[in-house]
Design a binder for this molecule. Structure first.
Ligand SMILES: [Zn+2]
Length: 271
């Protein structure tokens, strides 16, 4: 059994919540207790306590990746429930160190039984270096973290993301033949393969648009490209768009399609 408890988080609009996924029966695994807000932490705890009163227990907390809108309720939940381990990829453990103490590594390819559900972790870097998705071997369903979203889009931030890795990870997810994707934001997504194929195509389409905008402008910074590539962008989203564009430009550089010029660092097309 895989159930969502959406909790309010400071996440990227239009999303307002992160799904905390509760997996299994009897011994529960709680994925991404995400909220930094005390009222939301209390609400998650109250929902878990209903099941604890029925004789179930929380066996572990698991983190899909290190971002604040995924990990910020982990230590509070552990404090409330007693001594339960927090589990994540070693790269995530390193990046949350000082905020969350990760006790156990969950490495690529390893399986754990989560209250009757066998989940296998798959390392899917690109949105975040330590990102893991988890596939239920019986149903094929995947806890997808921030690889896809049921609402809004996935930001590949050049600070800790990498577009080439992200695209390779989407391909790797397709190879798992998933049935349903359970994203961190928004509703679950059936027709998993169509969704993953769309995400890959959409990124390549965006790269093509950036190439066209560069051809038109001659040379431009990511911030100058943002209103051309994303014409209907609200003001708050400008810097996220510029970040996404920089990830694309770096991908284009490695593929010989664009380069930063030597004088002012503006990006220009390679012809
Ligand atoms: Zn994230």
């Amino acid at each position: 059994m895989i159930v969502a408890i959406p909790v309010r988080t400071p996440t990227l609009a239009p999303a307002t919540h992160t799904n905390t996924w509760v997996v299994g029966e009897g011994a529960l695994s709680v994925f991404d207790p995400a909220s930094p807000y005390e009222d939301e932490q209390a609400r998650l705890l109250a929902e878990l306590r209903v099941r604890i009163e029925r004789g179930e227990r929380v066996e572990r907390i698991v983190l899909t990746h290190h971002h604040d809108d995924h990990v910020s309720g982990a230590e509070a939940l552990r404090r409330a429930l007693g001594d339960i381990p927090i589990v994540a990829h070693p790269e995530t453990a390193r990046r949350v160190s000082g905020r969350v103490a990760v006790d156990e590594a969950w490495e690529d390819g390893q399986s754990r039984v989560c209250g009757g559900v066998t989940l296998t972790a798959h390392h899917t870097p690109g949105h975040a270096p330590g990102h893991l998705v988890f596939q239920d071997s019986a149903s094929g369903e995947v806890i997808a973290g921030d690889m896809v979203a049921g609402i809004g889009t996935i930001l590949v931030d050049p600070d800790d993301g990498d577009l080439a890795q992200y695209l390779a990870s989407l391909d790797a997810m397709r190879a798992l033949n998933p049935t349903v994707l359970h994203p961190a934001h928004g509703p679950s997504l059936p027709h998993a393969d169509q969704i993953l194929a769309f995400y890959i195509a959409h990124r390549h389409q965006r790269t093509a648009q950036i190439g066209e905008a560069l051809d038109k402008l001659g040379a431009a910074t990511p911030a100058e490209l943002a209103p051309v590539v994303y014409p209907d962008l609200p003001a708050f989203a400008q810097r996220f768009a510029a970040a996404q564009i920089l990830s694309h430009l770096r991908w284009m550089k490695t593929h010989g399609l664009a380069r930063p010029n030597r004088t002012d660092g503006r990006w220009e097309p390679v012809r």
